[in-house]
Design a protein around this ligand. Sequence first.
Ligand SMILES: Cc1cc2nc3c(=O)[nH]c(=O)nc-3n(C[C@H](O)[C@H](O)[C@H](O)COP(=O)(O)OP(=O)(O)OC[C@H]3O[C@@H](n4cnc5c(N)ncnc54)[C@H](O)[C@@H]3O)c2cc1C
Length: 637
Amino acid sequence: MRLDARVPAGPLAHKWERHQFEMKLVNPANKRRHRVIVVGTGLAGGSAAATMAELGYEVESFFFHDSARRAHSIAAQGGINAAKNYQNDGDSVFRLFYDTIKGGDFRSREANVYRLADVSLAIIDQAVAQGVPFAREYGGHLANRSFGGAQVSRTFYARGQTGQQLLLGVYQALERQVRAGKVHTHARHEMLDVIVVEGRARGIVTRDLVTGEVRPWLADAVVLGTGGYSNVFYLSTNAMKCNATAIWRAYRRGAGFANPCYTQIHPTAIPESGEHQSKLTLMSESLRNDGRIWVPKAKGDGRPGNEIPEEERDYYLERMYPAFGNLVPRDLASRRAKDLCDDGHGVGPTGRGVYLDFADAIERMGREGVEERYGNLFEMYERITGEDPYRVPMRIYPAPHYTMGGLWVDYNLMSTLPGLHVIGEANFSDHGANRLGASALMQGLADGYFVLPLTIGDYLAHGELPDIDADHPAVRAVVDGVSERLDRLAALDGSRTVDSIHRELGRLLWDRCGMSRSAAGLREALERIPELKQEFWENAKVVGSELGINESLEKAGRVADFLELGDLMCRDALAREESCGAHFREEYQTPEGEARRDDESFTHVTVWEYAGPETDPVEHREPLEFESVSLSRRSYK
Ligand SMILES: Cc1cc2nc3c(=O)[nH]c(=O)nc-3n(C[C@H](O)[C@H](O)[C@H](O)COP(=O)(O)OP(=O)(O)OC[C@H]3O[C@@H](n4cnc5c(N)ncnc54)[C@H](O)[C@@H]3O)c2cc1C
């Protein structure tokens, strides 16, 4: 596997402009001759499909949801970053670039991150032009709030529904192209494999989730915008159907998988309440703008939060990180919450919770002020917990939320499998070892609206792509392989539910490859996961038939992939013998319990190559070079 990031030459600030000039273009008349498959209609896939169609390409758009509008981007609450500097508080493209590089603990590619910060400006203009109802100041200017890891206010928001409103903008752009006949949508189709012909991605195989039909679709290039894989942990803030199947199947066909162990654990989810639960609910990071996080100073203090006097509270983030306070990045806020709960200061029935308190904010801006900013989040909290957060502090605890790992891509967003492009959360992204809040929406839309539609042209303009049809032996082989796997899954008739195996895998990964990891724990997980995989294939039960709607079968296929991915995550975490960002190896920490990087040995992206079902994957490295920033110890004190 060859890793050529294809970073353009020249000064950082001019690389993208220069690259746009140097890339080959497809002339307008030829664009309509190219068919591109886009899997996913989230902010990344939806915006890419609409924009490519607008440029003239023929686009086939696939998604497993019943409507493009149900992609998981709809769940995003807090906001989207952009370096507009509307607040005149010292923001700039370079500052957003620097914050992102530092937030990711110097484990991301400089050139990509700079482009992301640069393009952020255009995203807001595009969304406003579409009518996305961002919050505004009294005078009409767009409003901003702050997110973790930044000392400026650069987050644009639409109450607590930013993802939904941005997705409506994307959806309108997409539907416009559907009506124009340039995008053909295929709802409730699950992509189960990639078709590779003569070393290039030339199509996909899908299962129609309503009829059960398995069939190939062919094109000149394939784009995956299939989202993240936090659901490997079973309990996460993601919707229950989010999964890794598309990227995992692509990995098995030759696309390198980068940094699978980098998972973001979000500090502010509603704590787990018991075994019955299948999902965790996120309370947006925006709440940390005005809410204060604390635990009782006394261990095991069982009094209700609002009865604990001020002097008996430990506002630990404000104490430990005075410069950033409650707005430290997510990895730090999560780890400190875990430490304090491990130490006996946790609150709530399970002792795994800390308080997020709005009493001060209510006093400062009144209940109406708080309601205006966060009303829907407060309502959601009350509906789930039965507690009124205007009266008693919220209880929160960290939860798996976002995956910085994903398929490796070069500067053009192409994977190591020629023709296969990967965008949004599905690629290994620009966020290094830790993503800053409100930067995922920014990245998804940067990839989809502004980067991929241009870079894919360079691939298509260079490619000599012979005509192929469904009878091509390589196509038939993939279709047969998918059908055989579905037969095998549908025949599983053991005594254990797929869910119980998924839950066990999730617990194992949470304990051994979650907020903190150790070599001993990871080795233990690497022994247990193959046993669990065997248990799945010998003793799981799948009900129903392949010939129609069958959620049991869908789930089984996704969990089978999660079992293999879990193994790769632990291998990756074991191989990275340092702590950086969200990857915290207990053996590598400073005396104050902060992550200790090893820049000498680990300033690289780890990329794994699939080597066969019973063979260990092969490790490759993309060295990271920093020309514009110097590697420093991340400090938020
Ligand atoms: C609760 C929550 C709140 C968040 N809040 C914020 C926030 O405030 N700001 C921020 O920047 N980020 C936020 N994030 C992160 C952000 O929402 C996501 O990273 C981003 O929306 C992902 O977009 P995407 O387009 O990559 O994927 P998604 O929106 O997840 O879309 C995936 C698409 O792929 C399709 N798909 C997947 N697999 C297949 C398959 N095998 N076959 C066919 N189709 C498939 C799905 O149908 C869907 O259309 C939040 C995340 C969560 C979970």
